[in-house]
Design a protein around this ligand. Sequence first.
Ligand code: HEM
Length: 375
Amino acid sequence: MFPFDHSAATIFYLLLYGITLVLHVLPMNYVLAGSTYLAAYGVWEAIRGPVESQRSLAAVLRDVMPIALAVTITAAVAPLLFLQILYQKPFYTANLLLFNRWMAILPVLIIAFYLLYLQKSKLWPKFSSQTRAAVSSGILASFGFVAWSWTENHLLSLRDQATWSAVFASPKWFYHDRELMPRLLVWYAGAFPILALALAWQRHFSDVSNASGPTPADDSEGVEVERSTTRTLAIMAITGLGAAVVAGGGYYWYLESEIRIQLVSWESAPYLAAAIVGIGVQIAGWRRSLGGEKMSRLRLLTTSVGALMAVGGATTLREVRRVASINLLDHAGLHEAAAKIGGLGVFLVFFAVNFSAIALVVRAVRRGLHENSPR
Ligand code: HEM
């Protein structure tokens, strides 16, 4: 069963890569689907006027998006490093040569970062609704470009050296691959259930911290807005899951037949099963909220387990698809050599220092929140 047919060193790096990639994918989903929601909200507001029932979700998203982007980028560094050990030549060397294309991601992300802050600034309500729609759409376009670039980059790394040498030598900025659009669609659709779940947890925690204070939803109008928000999240999650299944099925048929066979072989069956069960658990978790019933803590927890199963299963299948094109055994010597390089002591020292620094920051913020909270 994949990855246990490889050496211990290769398995070690594959595990580190897979786990850290999931840590990147979760906040990335929030940013990608969140920017879509805000762009759709902005365009709707510009054409038809404000939508009362969606106002609170939009406000939460505007507030959290900058930090979600910061987490996405920070969490992306670890898989980027492990990737270079795992697939040195097709990934690292190829990307060094294609430097100008991939570095375009940086200015785009920097601009998007500033626009996210503009979106939560005091200036925001003073702009016309058309300007707000244009800014939110610009943010979505930026993240769409970055997602597209990573998919393009990934697919190019799966091709042989002659292909990426030709791309490097040509003046073209973009590499087209038949798998690109279907693959991107799978990522895009799968982002919405994760966003819905994250927003449901945010609402849960804000309910818990407001439990002793006045509740904003005491009047009947407030209750209706709350129910409508819950319905929006359930629809977002279930539609996203359905679209991800359809996109995944479509993508499967785009693949070469040998790769298709590997994806449904016994080797990858546990991961496929985990993804399918995870999707089922999430749909079951959200179904009751279609009528407006808020997610209980237990339901949130089981739905989150389902989400992790689906993301973990899909991420492993993604690797099965990669090793169907790149022979990992060719790189086994490199993994052995990397595993012998010391530095565990230095790593542990920095781990302890960073962990303590983060714990101190969390403590300071909690204390500040507690001291400033209304009594
Ligand atoms: C909002 C910003 C970002 C978005 C929307 C995004 C989106 C994505 C997507 C869609 C993939 C999957 C590609 C595929 O399998 O087809 C991916 C993978 C990845 N991303 Fe991000 N990403 C973002 C920022 C970053 C940044 C800043 C870095 C680096 C510091 C990064 C590092 C990675 C890595 C290493 C992978 C795995 C690539 C591979 O295995 O071939 N991402 N990202």
